[in-house]
Design a protein around this ligand. Structure first.
Ligand code: TEU
Length: 562
């Protein structure tokens, strides 16, 4: 992977269950994606990232894989997958797969065999441990460590048959694979080569910074008021992570060109990310960091914090500076785990939704890095009006609600307030294609309801309207292709202390761009000199600002020669 074509590219994430249903079962599928490839080509994206499409019991919507080398029947089959791949390639778009190998499904044959007996040849493919010293196996508190799972409850499941526990950092149906075992690693590399041989163009690697664990599995720190401890010090960026990623690179990617690898790494630091993405170290092309989506999260998980723009700028500015010389940033506001950004950092009221969605897109896409667009973001799709806990489907929302309300004494209302604003189901309501009853997503009953605002917010209407969020995103993506400073320019943050304006410059050779976004509903002046008479490249409102005084939620891009 010597070329870095992905620096000039934009990636579009598809969450297949919620993208488009071709057969009326209420669940999106591969043929649905094929039917909408022209929407993606018109938008101008270069790469499609498919969330998992493999056979799965769907405990975590496909992030629990029971067969790594086939297609989930709900979504289609391998022949349809090949058709999708060639349909994308024919339109100049690549496809990267989701690689979920920190854990498998408990229904994967590897785990079925592993749990069958203590002497199974695959016993050591997962993390099996006896009860805590001196405790009765299966008794409350006898788990091998005090770690909580991300989805609520203990991260250990007791297995009656062999009297031991297995580790699952996520759901009990997602047992963690033991990467210490070289046979596990070889099986994963084999499978990855198989997909590349089939023609796929790379991988997005799920929680890949959790694959190496401190094998002593130490207890974590218990925070006041929580039922379980945070064990992440033992498995985030663990002792052998760099070694494993370099081995994977050697075994899978060496000698193959034109691929993209992006590692999802919750909790990764800038310094670690430099090591992971420095091309000379042969690990991954870029990582997904989380600092900028944790900015509105305080020490208390069940209290909402408003966005503080100065903090957001400090975080993203630190990532821009850190990866300026070696390595590369990914850029994202949204994915299938995050609430809709226009509802979160913008203003989704009718007066400001369109402007703030475009402003957020402008600021993101003009940073140095590879932007990711999550399905529906290009329409300015919003959070869903969830009511009670019965409206949620996500295993994380349900599990965390149970733990908070039943074990930690939280009130349902305080937990629901946070889930409504931040829950993952916000991202997972079906894609809004048109104004028909199910938004053109399905002719059947959608697995998760379509947002009632699909009557106003939908792809069909936006493709016909040159002022829509869709066409604005299309122009942003096009600008990356026509103005080299967008992909290649260096980055300088301006006005770090301003609570309303996000401002920076990009410079490449004799060209400089000035980007300003107003993150507020009031007019704001940017005290920046030297841009009188500069060329206005793009703005999201009808009127250009005068003297750098931006209207509510306005964004501008100026260009000058230097
Ligand atoms: O997510 C990793 C992760 O850390 C998430 O738990 C995320 O931080 C959290 O859900 C935010 O609310 C990946 C996948 O993207 C996610 O969909 C999976 O559930 C998870 O791994 C397990 O595979």
């Amino acid at each position: 992977m010597t070329d870095s074509w992905w620096k000039k590219s934009v990636v579009y994430q598809i969450y297949p269950r919620s993208f488009a249903d071709s057969d009326g079962d209420g669940m999106g599928d591969l043929r649905g994606i094929i039917a909408h490839l022209d929407h993606l080509a018109e938008l101008g994206v270069d790469v499609l990232w498919l969330s998992p499409v493999y056979p799965s019991p769907q405990d975590d919507n496909g992030y629990d894989i029971s067969d790594y080398q086939d297609i989930e029947p709900l979504f289609g089959d391998l022949a349809t997958f090949d058709e999708l791949l060639s349909g994308a390639h024919a339109r100049g778009m690549k496809i990267i797969m989701d690689l979920v190998v920190n854990h498998s499904s408990d229904e994967h044959p590897w785990f079925v065999e592993s749990r069958s007996s203590k002497d199974s040849p695959k016993r050591d493919w997962y993390w099996w441990r006896p009860a805590r010293d001196g405790m009765q196996p299966g008794a409350p508190g006898a788990e091998p460590t005090n770690w909580g799972s991300v989805f609520g409850g203990s991260s250990w499941e007791f297995d009656e048959k062999t009297g031991e526990y297995y580790l699952h950092l996520f759901s009990r149906k997602q047992p963690d694979l033991n990467w210490e075992n070289p046979a596990v690693r070889q099986a994963v590399y084999d499978m990855m080569r198989w997909w590349l041989d089939r023609g796929v163009d790379g991988f997005r690697m799920d929680v890949i910074n959790m694959i190496s664990k401190d094998v002593s599995l130490p207890d974590g720190r218990l925070n006041a008021g929580s039922a379980y401890a945070d064990g992440s010090a033992a498995f985030i960026g663990g002792p052998r992570l760099h070694e494993f990623l370099q081995e994977m690179h050697r075994e899978v990617f060496e000698g193959r060109d034109g691929l993209l690898t992006v590692g999802e790494m919750p909790g990764v630091t800038v310094d670690e990310a430099i090591l992971h993405t420095d091309p000379d170290r042969h690990e991954v092309d870029m990582v997904f960091q989380f600092d900028h989506v944790w900015v509105d999260r305080g020490p208390d998980p069940w209290r909402l914090l408003p966005l503080q723009l100065t903090q957001l700028k400090a975080i993203l500015g630190r990532w821009q500076a850190g990866l300026a010389e070696a390595g590369w940033n990914s850029l994202y506001w949204n994915n299938h785990d995050q609430p809709r950004v226009v509802s979160r950092y913008g203003d989704d009221s009718p007066a400001h939704r369109v402007a703030s969605a475009k402003m957020l897109g402008t600021v993101l896409h003009l940073h140095r890095g590879t932007p990711y667009v999550y399905q529906g973001e290009e329409l300015g799709m919003t959070n869903y009006p969830f009511g009670g806990i019965g409206d949620f489907r996500d295993i994380e929302a349900l599990g965390q609600y149970r733990q908070a309300v039943e074990l930690e004494g939280r009130t349902p209302e305080e937990v629901l307030t946070v889930l409504r604003a931040r829950g993952r189901d916000n991202a997972r309501t079906p894609m809004q294609w048109d104004d028909s009853p199910n938004g053109g997503f399905t002719t059947g009953t959608p697995w998760l309801p379509v947002n009632p605002n699909h009557r106003e917010i939908n792809a069909k209407a936006q493709r016909a309207d040159p002022d829509s969020v869709f066409h604005y995103y299309r122009r942003l993506i096009e600008l990356r292709k026509t103005e080299p400073a967008v992909a290649g320019g260096d980055f300088t943050m301006l006005l770090p202390d301003d609570e309303r304006l996000y401002a920076f410059t990009r410079r490449l050779g004799g060209t400089e761009l000035l980007v300003i976004g107003n993150f507020s509903g009031v007019e704001a002046h940017a005290p920046i000199d030297g841009w009188d008479g500069a060329e206005l490249v793009l703005t999201n409102l009808d009127e250009a600002p005068k003297d750098l005084t931006l209207a509510p939620w306005q964004a501008v891009i100026y260009r000058r020669s230097v």
